[in-house]
Design a protein around this ligand. Structure first.
Ligand SMILES: Nc1ncnc2c1ncn2[C@@H]1O[C@H](COP(=O)(O)OP(=O)(O)O)[C@@H](O)[C@H]1O
Ligand SMILES: [Mg+2]
Length: 167
């Protein structure tokens, strides 16, 4: 797993279970107020990863691909924290985006957010977001590139890398 620069690393996943396990590792480490921006084509593994995050984070219900609701709210029993699972795939224009009220959600320091198709609303991906890019290599293989721009979120990614890969 090469380290390209201070704030980026990539890894390969060889199956959906592995992607979920990686998500769970990261979910365990996510504090409130972090925004996770997931970027990649249809079927590249964003929702599988989000499911793992929800499980690791401790969501009471499993995260799944949203059908009509673009914003799904998850809770955990331990501290009643909130995890938002947002999917912008079906967002059609900026008015529709505004109507979701995401600014308020993302600014809430008590909640953690996952945004699938975050590249459709780049203005939401602030400097302190963690970005994960998914690339389809073949039927079962995905490349995942983790990146961040602040020291605080980089520390989270380093802890995740250590927990998932031991380095
Ligand atoms: N390594 C992998 N990681 C994640 N999904 C995989 C992997 N290999 C195959 N898949 C399959 O690819 C699809 C990914 O779907 P999904 O996570 O919903 O993608 P997205 O949310 O990016 O559109 C699933 O059908 C899953 O079974
Ligand atoms: Mg999806």
């Amino acid at each position: 797993m090469p380290v390209f620069d201070q704030y980026t690393f990539e890894c390969l996943s060889h199956g959906e279970e592995q992607t979920q396990r990686l998500g769970a590792r990261l979910g365990l480490l996510l504090p409130a107020h972090v925004v996770l921006a997931l970027i990649g084509t249809l079927g590249s593994g964003k929702t599988q990863f989000a499911r793992g995050i929800g499980a690791g984070w401790g969501a009471m219900q499993s995260l799944r691909s949203p059908t009509f609701t673009l914003v799904q709210e998850h809770h955990r029993a331990r501290d009643n924290a909130i995890l938002y699972h947002i999917d912008l795939y079906r967002i059609e224009n900026s008015a529709a985006l505004r109507s979701l009220g995401l600014d308020e959600i993302l600014e809430d320091d008590r909640s953690t957010s996952i945004i699938e198709w975050a590249d459709r609303a780049p203005e939401l991906v602030t400097l302190d977001a963690i970005t994960v890019r998914f690339e389809l290599i073949n039927e079962s293989k995905r490349r995942m590139t983790f990146s961040t721009k602040t020291m605080e979120t980089w520390q989270i990614l380093l802890a995740f890398r250590k927990s998932a890969f031991g380095v």
